[in-house]
Design a protein around this ligand. Structure first.
Ligand SMILES: *[C@@H]1O[C@H](CO)[C@@H](O)[C@H](O)[C@H]1NC(C)=O
Ligand SMILES: *[C@@H]1O[C@H](CO)[C@@H](O)[C@H](O)[C@H]1NC(C)=O
Ligand SMILES: *[C@@H]1O[C@H](CO)[C@@H](O)[C@H](O)[C@H]1NC(C)=O
Ligand SMILES: *[C@@H]1O[C@H](CO)[C@@H](O)[C@H](O)[C@H]1NC(C)=O
Length: 578
């Protein structure tokens, strides 16, 4: 009776903990018969890549080949369903290309296009593309699939360092020139960067409304035709273009102003009045004692002709000039009016300009109608799609792709997302929660202090008392250790500052020492037994030393015996252990 209750409880606990992780983590295949016949859903539920129909490209991209390996695996990092296979990009820093040929061409004319798939970069995504392409029909040779293979739509994440976007490119062919042009979404949304599965959905409706959903939530929406800036280059070329054969005629006068032909020279006196930066100061006055008759410098009367002066070679000798002693306190020589900045300064004269009567205006090449103009009002009417492909370069490997849906129904994509992605994501979330990397140093609460214990009424007085004694002893020991350290580093000052403390510690140390060794010797005494003095009285007088040596021998024997038994016991125990 009791046992069955226990079993029942144990069972309920176990099943409870299992159901908290999701009821059943086995992979359940989505039943594709629930979808329209034109819908395509790839769940990668195969035993091998060969069986799947996906073909790895053998082509070359420029000088490089697509060496990246592909395989079918189930994820082991934050796993979702058990044995849920996905297509995996296996090789780091490599070009990968793989494609799939649809059994029937996919015709989107007049219909909505819905493309949806899951991406799980197990190691995270630092630099690489994870976008998918819808390939033109017919897909001739999957083994030659490469970056040149024509496609209609490219959709999905492309991230490298700080650059991160969810591409949406639609290729449109100009019916006049038959040249296809990639029209990129101008402001693409950011891709998700975690290691868990992310669901990307592209919806391009018959109304030309589009949506990009990430994990079922709209990340970007608009209309390809009415939002003129939605795509770059724009969906439609301009109606008129510049005629590149049109050149500016040589007699085209595009000078708006010309120099006035009637004014060829500056007005009278302009240069003197306006063009000079400084002028004679008109207000300066010659000082009264200024003697213009006396030169400012005179030959030095004290100078004599040097002896070595050769008139023939050196010329006529002249005494060096000195300042005229008469002029030391006054001005001498011709008086010059000082200069000051010209207050009327205007700068050099410039010929005035007048409007050009022959001005013909700014020349512009003429516009001509764009012969390639066409109006693409239905970009959702794609060419027939013959297959799907991944043509990628990635630094990061172990990127999983799964549950690729291509169809015309938003509802189908939602149902698939609700039944595959959502439960998978929940399992991955739980797995992440369980294996979340722990912090290296978890915070530890501080030990309870004596105050905490003292204020805690639930603690008994005895416990408080023990804690108190413990705290006292600990404090004393710590103080002693501190004092010892202080003493060892600085003995004399420590002694002088705390002589009593030192003596106290010495006494305490001696006291402890005595007690410890007293106890030890007592223990030794108990172990060894009392020394045997049986024969001592008889031989004491004659051969004192000999007897003592006998005694020693006896003791040694005892000690040896103890030692032997001890070591043999030790040996035995080690033998047993091994
Ligand atoms: C989980 O579900 C699958 C498919 O429905 C079933 O085969 C399997 O036995 C179930 N596993 C458990 C543990 O219930
Ligand atoms: C694609 O579908 C449209 C509309 O149903 C149809 O008119 C067109 O013929 C189809 N194209 C091909 C190649 O089947
Ligand atoms: C998918 O799930 C969401 C959230 O539960 C719900 O709002 C939506 O209607 C579901 N879609 C379909 C097609 O069942
Ligand atoms: C998984 O976790 C993410 C992030 O916390 C959350 O946004 C998402 O709703 C979760 N998914 C499920 C299915 O619980």
């Amino acid at each position: 009776m009791k046992l069955s209750v226990l079993v029942a409880i144990a069972f309920s606990i176990c099943s409870g903990s299992a159901s908290s992780l999701g009821e059943n983590t086995s992979f359940i295949k989505f039943d594709t018969s629930r979808l329209e016949s034109s819908s395509f859903l790839e769940q990668f539920d195969y035993n091998s890549l060969e069986e799947s129909g996906w073909k790895v490209s053998q082509a070359k991209k420029g000088d490089e080949s697509y060496v990246g390996q592909w395989s079918l695996e189930s994820s082991s990092v934050y796993p979702g369903f058990h044995d849920d296979m996905g297509l995996v990009m296996k090789t780091p820093a490599a070009h990968h290309a793989i494609s799939y040929r649809l059994a029937e061409p996919f015709n989107n004319t007049g219909r909505d296009l819905v493309l949806q798939y899951e991406i799980k970069p197990e190691k995270g995504m630092n630099c690489g593309g994870t976008y998918i392409k819808l390939l033109d029909y017919p897909v001739a040779d999957e083994s030659q699939f490469n970056n040149e293979t024509p496609y209609q739509i490219m959709f999905g994440p492309d991230k490298c360092g700080a650059s991160n976007k969810v591409h949406f490119i639609v290729k449109r062919e100009n019916p006049n020139t038959h040249v296809s042009e990639e029209k990129h979404m101008t402001f693409p949304p950011l891709s998700r960067t975690g290691k868990l599965t992310t669901l990307y959905t592209l919806i391009l409706k018959n109304t030309q409304d589009y949506e990009i959903r990430i994990n079922g939530k709209v990340a970007k929406a608009g209309n390809l035709v009415s939002d003129l800036g939605a795509l770059s280059p724009p969906l439609n070329p301009s109606k008129d273009i510049i005629d590149v054969t049109d050149f500016q005629p040589s007699d085209w006068d595009d000078n708006e102003f010309i120099p006035d032909p009637e004014v060829t020279s500056p007005p009278e006196g302009y240069r003197e009045k306006y063009a000079s930066t400084d002028i004679d100061d008109p207000n300066a006055v010659k000082p009264d004692d200024w003697d213009e008759s006396e030169p400012e410098y005179i030959p030095n009367p004290a100078a004599t002709i040097p002896e070595e002066w050769d008139v023939e070679e050196d010329g006529e000798w002249e005494a060096p000039l000195i300042r005229n002693p008469v002029c030391v306190s006054q001005g001498c020589g011709p008086w010059i009016r000082p200069r000051i900045p010209n207050p009327d300064y205007l700068g050099p004269w410039i010929r005035p300009m007048i409007p050009n009567p022959n001005y013909m205006g700014e020349w512009q090449p003429r516009s001509i109608p764009n012969v390639h103009y066409f109006e693409d009002s239905r970009p959702s009417d794609l060419k027939l799609i013959g297959g799907l492909g991944f043509e990628l370069w990635s630094m990061d490997n172990n990127v999983f792709f799964d549950n690729i849906y291509l169809g015309h129904s938003i509802e189908e994509a939602e149902i698939i997302g609700n039944e595959t992605f959502v439960p998978k994501s929940a399992l991955e979330n739980a797995s992440l929660e369980k294996n979340r990397p722990r912090a290296k140093n978890e915070p530890v609460p501080p030990p309870r202090s004596f105050e905490d214990l003292y204020n805690d009424d639930s603690v008994s007085t005895w416990t408080q008392f023990v804690a108190f004694i413990k705290a006292c002893v600990l404090k004393t020991i710590l103080e002693a250790v501190d004092f010892y350290a202080e003493f060892m580093s600085n003995p004399v000052p420590t002694l002088m500052h705390h002589p009593f403390k030192f003596v106290g510690y010495c006494i305490a140390f001696l006291f402890t020492f005595t007690i410890v060794f007293g106890t030890l010797s007592t223990v030794m005494f108990i172990i060894n037994g009392p020394p045997t003095f049986d024969e001592v009285p008889q031989t004491k007088d004659e051969t004192n030393g000999d007897i003592r040596s006998d005694e020693k021998e006896e003791k040694e024997i005892i000690v040896n015996r103890i030692g032997n038994t001890g070591s043999s016991r030790f040996k035995e125990s080690t033998r047993r252990r091994t």
